[in-house]
Write a protein that binds this ligand. Sequence first.
Ligand code: 5AD
Ligand code: FES
Length: 328
Amino acid sequence: MNKQEIIEILSDDTKNDWLFRQADKVRHENVGDEVHLRGLIEFSNICKRQCKYCGLRSSNKEVERYRISKDEILMYAQKAVNMGYRTIVLQSGEDDYYDTDKMCEIIREIKKLDAALTLSIGEKSYDEYKAFKVSGADRYLLRIETTDEKLYTQMHPNASFEKRKQCLYDLKSLGYEVGSGCLVGLPNQTVESLANDILFFKDLDADMIGIGPFIAHEQTPLKDENNGDFWLALKVMALTRLNLPDINIPATTAMETLNPNGRIIALQSGANVVMPNVTSTEYRAKYEIYPGKICINENPEQCRGCIEGKIRSIGRTISKDYGFHNKK
Ligand code: 5AD
Ligand code: FES
């Protein structure tokens, strides 16, 4: 699709059902009916950045900060593999405590388990990305958040849009499977910029794209802004499926925060991945990127059972393989 076509679909709500059905069909034809589960370990909520939308931004003094030790991370990873997860995702704020050596050590240990490994730990140098790759990391998630440079700059004090893009291209050139994505419903975001986001995903040749609605957090500068719209986020996700037919697309947690059936609706509108949390309850509420995050009172076993039941209820199955991007 070209930009104009994407803008037209985003601006017209009369054909939403058609769009979601098309995305579901393209998902079925290109990546099949299996859903890939990724076991998510949120191992540190300490962050040096100041993203205006994010509850973990460094100037939010009301969050109780935590770091999970290497041994405890490995315990969760082992547990996740025992529960049947074939991918482990390590996510954190940008926390310099876990320097290159510490991260590489954790990566090497996790790669002794039978699982693919995804990192989601923010902007790093080419050499650090390279060291993580050499240590065994398979994939990296780094959302561009928005491709509207002016909006990007407003949302990310002291950050550079060029650097963000460079990180994504560095990751690609190092041979990672690269996941990116955007927020939908940021203040002053336009449908034109959302169309550009989708074209950027294609230009990047992304392997995975996560889309979520913006949700206003009380302890951030955006506290008085409106939340993003669930259906608009779903439309951006469905259009991403139509334009990048064979990639992996998660049904994001933020979708389910705005709609109690959000992940199932997403799985029926183009998504084929879910990322349940595998850490214990004590950490979950503290990783409050946005308010109302689901599953904060559940434990790993409950989430596994819950999501398995939901996936089966719509006639889909859980994949037993690593869930790499199979390019067509
Ligand atoms: N609402 C929705 N999503 C958010 N993220 C950060 N803050 C918010 C918020 N307030 C998303 C960002 C980030 C991902 C880990 O969480 O897109 O990349
Ligand atoms: Fe956590 Fe449903 S996935 S309770």
